[in-house]
Design a protein around this ligand. Structure first.
Ligand code: ZN
Length: 381
């Protein structure tokens, strides 16, 4: 059976009424569950539901009130979003899901939760020039690792979700995605990946302890990036660069291994399913040596185009799920979502998350309902 979930920000439930939304998800639409954000990056969100404000802005942070004892082992103390400072509706949402038999998932941004990197610049990713990220903390930093394990424990203890969906699970100087690379946009996948490498103190120290010649790796990355802008040869891929520069290649492999070991630590600590969200549309994920998906976590892959379904299926993953945009259920081709979910079930996906509730007009409920039912019927087990 292919399970179906609706992704939602907690304020969308609160502003429309938690019971109203949960009744709709359970009774009217008939999805398996709700996947609600518990720890968010900065968001500027358009809301199509009949709520105010229509544009919601937040600098991000935790969407619930944390219990300090879970963060005793880390200097990274949780930052609560302004929205959650005067309310803690995750309890009501969790209880409402349990009453209705809706499966509850909680969503957490691992590296990019709002304001963490600016509050704790010593824990932020640093690029090859030593520039500290204002968007993301480094997952190799021991305080960040302890913080994430504490966050998982806090959420599991108080809200008892069936699953924890982790996004931004990567060591990356995230501003690389936004850099203007001038007249060489086709270089972005390669040089963007090199520019996104983290050389923070934690990465440097841990990689050196693992036997990597970190200074040589850094020199190679600087040479490759700066050299590219003066060269006419634009055929170099990240693969050829990493093959030429052995220590840089080893540094990237070490980084992927560090993230994988954190994932294992979190799955061991989690008394619920851990789902890793990835977005292959972001070239950096594809180009960098990725984490080992064979650890006991499910993988949820974002698909923006129905043609990406087969390619996005991770053969190495324990279990595959799909994340699709609300636009699949909207517009002239109302059968698209039905076709996508039924095909997903046929080729091996076990679940689908629809992103997100705030962007769903009423007219989308019927196609989602049809898609959820059809997928359950046609899924091969
Ligand atoms: Zn780092």
């Amino acid at each position: 059976m292919l399970k179906s979930f609706i992704i939602a920000y907690p304020w969308d439930l609160v502003d429309e009424g938690v019971d109203t939304v949960l009744d709709r998800l359970h009774g009217e639409i008939g999805v398996s569950g709700l996947s609600v954000w518990a720890s968010v990056p900065p968001v500027t969100q358009l809301r199509l539901r009949d709520v105010e404000p229509r544009i919601l802005r937040t600098r991000g942070g935790l969407c619930f009130q944390p219990s300090d004892n879970f963060y005793a082992d880390t200097r990274a103390k949780p930052i609560v979003s302004e929205w959650a400072k005067t309310q803690n509706p995750l309890h009501v949402i969790a209880a409402g899901c349990a009453e209705r038999g809706l499966e509850l998932r909680l969503r957490v941004s691992a590296a990019a939760t709002g304001r963490l990197a600016t509050e704790y610049p010593e824990m932020a990713c640093k690029n090859i020039f030593g520039d500290a990220s204002k968007m993301g903390v480094c997952l190799a930093n021991p305080d960040v690792q302890a913080y994430l394990c504490g966050l998982a424990g806090d959420l599991l203890t108080h809200y008892k979700p069936a699953g924890l969906v982790v996004t931004d699970f990567i060591i990356r100087w995230m501003e690389a995605l936004k850099l203007d690379l001038g007249s060489r946009p086709h270089h972005e996948p390669t040089y963007g990946a090199l520019l996104s490498l983290c050389f923070c103190e934690s990465c440097r120290q841990k990689a050196a302890e693992a036997g990597v010649a970190v200074d040589r790796a850094l020199d190679s990355a600087l040479e490759a990036v700066l050299g590219a802008f003066g060269a006419s040869d634009d055929d170099e891929t990240l693969g050829t660069i990493l093959a030429e520069h052995v220590e840089l290649g080893r540094y990237c492999v070490w980084s992927a291994g560090e993230v994988t070991s954190l994932l294992k630590r979190m799955t061991d600590a989690c008394d619920c399913e851990l789902l890793l969200h990835r977005n292959p549309g972001e070239s950096l994920w594809r180009q960098s040596p990725s984490i080992d998906c064979s650890v006991p976590a499910a993988v949820v892959t974002s698909v923006d185009d129905p043609g990406q379904l087969e390619g996005a299926l991770g053969k190495e993953a324990q279990r595959n799920e799909l994340s699709v945009p609300a636009s699949f259920a909207i517009g002239s081709d109302s059968g698209m979502l039905v076709r996508v979910l039924s095909r997903a079930g046929e080729i091996g996906y076990a679940g689908a998350e629809i992103d997100n509730y705030g962007l769903l007009p009423d007219a989308a409920f019927t196609p989602i309902k049809q898609a959820a039912r059809f997928a359950k019927r046609t899924t091969k087990v």
